[in-house]
Design a protein around this ligand. Sequence first.
Ligand code: GTP
Ligand code: MG
Length: 312
Amino acid sequence: MLSEFRGGSKRACSRLMSVVENEPDAATAILDELYPLMGRAFRIGITGPPGAGKSTLVEKLGRECRNRGRTVGIVAVDPTSPFSGGALLGDRVRMPSLFTDPGVFIRSMATRGGVGGLAARTKEVCDVLDAFGRDCIIIETVGVGQVELDIAGAAHSTVVVLVPESGDGIQTMKAGLMEIGDLFCVNKSDRDGADRLVMEIETMVEMKARTNGWVPPVVKTVATTGLGVSALLDRLDAHKTHLEASGAMIERKRESTRSEIVELTEEWLRRDVWRRPDVTDRLADLVQQVLDGDTTPYRAAEAILKDVLAAS
Ligand SMILES: Nc1nc2c(ncn2[C@@H]2O[C@H](COP(=O)(O)OP(=O)(O)OP(=O)(O)O)[C@@H](O)[C@H]2O)c(=O)[nH]1
Ligand SMILES: [Mg+2]
């Protein structure tokens, strides 16, 4: 499977993604094998309220990347879908011009009831696409609640898509959505109120003038016709250049590597500790001691931790 993957087989890519999503132990072995191939792709997050035109925009952006000779991976995270694993009918309908292009790989993921709009293994699925050699990876997700932070963590550049009919403009938007935008896209700008929304966003990003020297640009688009999409990709390229030139890219890499190691260590510690019979026996014993009034849960946890660290 890995050699087919290396040979560019989309089928193998899709299979490996399923393993990465569903089989934690096998996933580790695969990702470990693929790691040297990762790190080339530019990851773009597209988020915004439901129905803002994100999928339509992603298709046009994907096409624009293709026009510029870049290969594309698309990860569509669907919070409502109970399905996972490959091509949903929805994407065929939403992204028809991309579906048959060998330079495009589209993957749909369900969120599985996670808090954010990002599925649990989105980052790993993007890692597989990265190793597959895609130049750009575009991640679409609905921006509701906690998701903002998740997508900002998974992408190099986050585009927040808003529409004129967002009610009383950005005041009504969740503050979190405004925080994470490296770029803002006023989509459906064929409708009334687009210019006003652009001005509102510009005022807002100026007030929050970023410490990192990047002022998020605001781009008007009409995703249905593709108007403004080329300008959007130009701004994304500029952001990438900025990240590289300012050292932010390498800093980000250091930080995400660090948190990845920490998270894996915690996950595996948790898994391994409760697999050990000596630890579970000790736990049962300590529970009884707490009930008997001989110790407290705090002392008990401390004791278990001591045992575990001493034994390893
Ligand atoms: N007038 C107008 N309609 C648009 C534009 N972009 C998208 N739409 C329409 O808006 C509707 C929603 O578009 P989608 O691309 O599915 O929006 P989405 O943000 O992906 O929606 P969810 O994934 O369900 O949150 C569709 O009917 C699109 O045709 C635009 O620029 N102008
Ligand atoms: Mg969509």
